[in-house]
Ligand binder design. Structure first.
Ligand code: GTP
Ligand code: MG
Length: 370
């Protein structure tokens, strides 16, 4: 699989980069000419232009391993939903997440300080919901542009005093492109000028029809300031998740996606990884994009050191040799030697792609001048 830059890909198909970028936007993926898109995304674009695509698998040994264990339905166990919050600027995404987190924190560890790791696990009764703290658009564009699908449900935040705005519409399109169900949180209902019914009417124009009007979209009125509707919103998210029957196999080498990554002075490269299948353990050798390593330590969403992390669990991973990129996939392999080999091969492939892209660009400039 691997990735390809938009420019190089356009060149390959004999299209202009603008044509490719436009098609990507239509799919809800924002990418510039020098940005990389994943092979599966590239394939979808190519198909729109009438090409048939065969994606080459550069790591057959890895793919074989995955196929051998992943598709055995008997091994699948339920997993918690992963939720992204989307919405127009200033409509209250961060406040809503904070409120949800605070509800959890005060219930469980009054006064406790939650360490920020880019994702939080919220407990509702005996169930859990994983919220990605990364601004929704990033989770849907940067990550999706790299072919990573990390979200099961999108919570669309619409301020009751402001109504549907341009980025609300963008958010709806992103969620639809990703094929995930939308739960609407009509927020700021504590405000005197709030008009939740107007929001419902506006959303109907985008084919989001509230359940109470005979449609199938869950809409909950909430306030991050008073806490109204928060519990109901969480319960509705769980209900929608139940319909999805989300499952994964915890008993296999882990695979996950990097949500965010940074270089920490004391701890070295630190990656927040959402484990999507399998169980990640301290000591596991892994390859992650073009970097690799061995898991030196794992920390959960509250900064507690843990020994392992199963499906739908966000963890901070220490032990990568370099800082990976958001959207990179982490895969556990047999040993560090194999991890290094795969990472080096990917690096070499990327170098060659960049060289091809550079050559393509030079040719283009040349013919324009001629
Ligand atoms: P960006 O990240 O900039 O896109 O904004 P956001 O969507 O995260 O909005 P944020 O949570 O920062 O809230 C924007 C403003 O709305 C802040 O001044 C909040 O205090 C206010 N606000 C958010 N939720 C509520 C609410 O439920 N009621 C009231 N009255 N105000 C709210
Ligand atoms: Mg915010």
């Amino acid at each position: 699989t691997g990735a390809v830059t938009v420019g190089a890909f356009a060149e390959l198909l004999g299209l202009t980069p603008a044509q490719v970028i436009q098609t990507l936007i239509g799919m809800g993926v924002m990418a510039a000419i020098n940005q990389e898109i994943d092979a599966s995304v590239a394939a979808q674009v190519a198909e729109k232009f009438g090409f048939t695509v065969k994606i080459q698998e550069p790591e057959p040994e890895l793919a074989k391993k995955v196929a051998a264990t992943e598709d055995d339905p008997a091994r699948l166990k339920p997993r918690w939903p992963v939720v992204t919050v989307l919405g127009h600027v200033d409509h209250g995404k961060t406040s809503l997440l904070d409120r949800i987190r605070k509800t959890r924190v005060t219930a469980q560890e009054a006064g406790g300080i939650t360490q920020h790791i880019g994702a939080s696990v919220v407990e509702v009764d005996d169930k859990k919901i994983v919220f990605l703290d990364t601004p929704g658009h990033e989770a849907f564009t940067a990550l999706r542009a790299r072919g990573a699908q990390v979200t099961d449900i999108a919570v669309l935040v619409v301020a009751a005093d402001d109504g549907v705005m341009p980025q609300t519409v963008e958010a709806i399109n992103h969620a639809r492109a990703a094929g995930v169900p939308i739960v609407v949180a009509i927020t700021k209902v504590d405000k005197p000028e709030a008009n939740p019914d107007r929001v419902r009417q506006q959303l109907v124009e985008f084919n989001l029809v509230p359940e109470e009007w005979g449609g199938d979209t869950v809409m909950v009125e909430v306030s991050a300031h008073t806490g109204q509707g928060i519990q109901e919103l969480l319960e509705m998210i769980l209900l929608v998740a139940e319909l999805q029957e989300l499952k994964a196999n915890p008993d296999r080498p882990a695979m996950g996606t990097v949500i965010e990554a940074k270089l920490d002075r004391g701890r070295g490269p630190v990656a927040t990884v959402l484990v999507q299948t399998g169980t990640l353990r301290v000591g596991d050798a892994f390859v992650c994009g073009t970097t690799y390593g061995r898991v030196r330590a794992l920390f959960d969403d509250r900064g507690r050191q843990v020994e392992e992390a199963g499906p739908s669990t966000p963890v901070e991973v220490l032990g990568a040799s370099e800082v990976p990129e958001a959207g990179d996939r982490l895969e556990v392999v047999a040993d560090e030697r194999e991890a290094r080999e795969i990472a080096e091969r990917r690096r070499e492939e990327r170098r060659q792609e960049e060289m091809r892209a550079a050559r393509g660009l030079t040719l283009e400039q040349f013919s324009q001048q001629a």
